[in-house]
Design a binder for this molecule. Structure first.
Ligand SMILES: Cc1ncc(COP(=O)(O)O)c(C=O)c1O
Length: 386
């Protein structure tokens, strides 16, 4: 496929082909795992293909980074050792002590912990705000000091929706960058750079990797000045993934579209089931017409994703017990893998935000709906709730 062809190719074709040409030596159709830390030079400074040392670049990582950039419609992709490593790298690459960032008031707990307990000590201030509220977001911006408006959409675990296009305008009015954590949607369902965002960040541990077998992160940008700053810091800070991790993440990425469609099908069926179940209280799912972000989600997402949260009608203890009773849904943190997971955010993923403005309801259950047979998933939930 020529370069031009590849750019125009549909998502699933790009997922399989972008970022890599079959190896010129062997014809290997899949990027080999280059388990090497260093590269022989043809004379001092005579690098072959630019490879010098694997913290700076490694061919297995290059292939993944190219594929990530292509799927997010960006110019440059960067792979990291984890989602939080990706976040820390862009924060330290693009902000300085005394700067300020607007953050979602229901961000992933680990992201909030990074802002509050780590970056703050280095002088980066943050203001949590409901980023679905444009006026509140605009009011939280400190002109001249706010460098970034940071959003997740859908959010973890309440599945709130932020209007990416509108927030890009709000951020840009004040000279701030819009950063979108696209972990929950994945590039198959939503491409924030097309909607005006400046930076996309991912925990590739989730849908991108897709098989719960590797931890990783990613950043994708269009602007080449941003790319240069991130390239420098990726190498200077060194939070890079190894070649085996890159191989696994890239293997997962190739089937992203197929998996996401099945995640979405199953999640929609789970929501229909919960809507009729007497033990299910409020359901958080952007595909529901009553969801406050439904119209925006329908505009900016291809479908509504595989995450569903709901409140147990009988309160916190019943929610905790339900999480412990499922057999097909595995009780565990994380999300986005082929297997269905269930968790109690208040006592698990979001324990780090207990007692803060970001605290989640105590009776909340979060489901990462996998791609198993839907009848088995519904029977399991029915048993656990009853
Ligand atoms: C939305 C979101 N962003 C970022 C992260 C952090 O990613 P990682 O666990 O790969 O460091 C997570 C992890 O759960 C997440 O859910």
């Amino acid at each position: 496929m020529t370069q031009e062809h590849r750019q125009k190719a549909e998502f699933d074709t790009r997922a399989i082909h972008a970022g890599y040409e079959p190896d010129p030596t062997t014809g290997a159709v899949i990027p080999p795992i280059y388990a090497t830390s260093t590269y022989k030079q043809d004379g001092v400074g005579g690098l072959r293909g630019g490879y010098e040392y694997s913290r700076s670049a490694n061919p297995t990582r290059t292939a993944l980074e190219g594929a990530l950039a292509a799927l997010e419609e960006g110019e440059r992709g960067f792979a990291f050792a984890s989602g939080l490593a990706a976040e820390d790298t862009i924060l330290r690459a693009l902000t300085s002590p005394g700067d300020h960032v607007v953050v979602p008031d229901d961000a992933y707990g680990g992201t909030f912990r990074l802002f509050e307990k780590v970056e703050k000590r280095w002088g980066l201030e943050n203001t949590p705000v409901a980023v679905s509220d444009l006026d509140a977001t605009r009011a939280a911006i400190r002109p001249g000091t706010t460098r970034m408006v940071w959003v997740e959409t859908p959010t973890n675990p309440l599945l709130n929706i932020a209007d990416i296009e509108a927030l890009a305008s709000v951020a840009h009015e004040s000279g701030a960058l819009l950063v979108v954590d696209n972990t929950f949607a994945s590039p198959y369902l939503q491409q924030p750079l097309i909607l005006g965002a400046d930076i996309v960040v991912h925990s590739t541990t989730k849908y991108v990797g897709g098989h719960s077998d590797v931890v990783g992160g990613a950043v994708v940008v269009r602007d080449l000045d941003l790319a240069e700053a991130i390239t420098f810091h990726q190498n200077a800070m060194g939070a890079v993934p190894g070649p085996f991790d890159c191989f696994l993440t890239h293997r997962g990425l190739k089937t992203l579209g197929v998996r996401m469609d099945r995640h979405c099908d199953n999640a929609e069926r789970v929501v229909e089931f919960l809507a009729e179940h007497p033990k299910a209280g409020h359901i958080y799912f952007p595909g529901l017409p009553a969801h406050p972000g439904h119209v925006v989600a329908a505009r900016q997402m291809r479908r509504f994703g595989g995450m569903v949260s709901f409140r147990h009608a009988d309160g916190e203890q019943a929610a905790v017990e339900t999480c412990a009773r499922t057999e097909v849904f595995t009780l565990g943190e994380s999300l986005g893998g082929v297997e269905s997971l269930i968790e109690h955010p208040g006592r698990m993923t979001h324990m780090s935000v207990a007692g803060t403005d970001l605290e989640v309801p105590a009776d909340l259950i979060r489901l990462s709906v996998g791609i198993e047979s839907i009848d088995d998933l519904l029977a399991d939930l029915d048993r656990a709730l009853s």
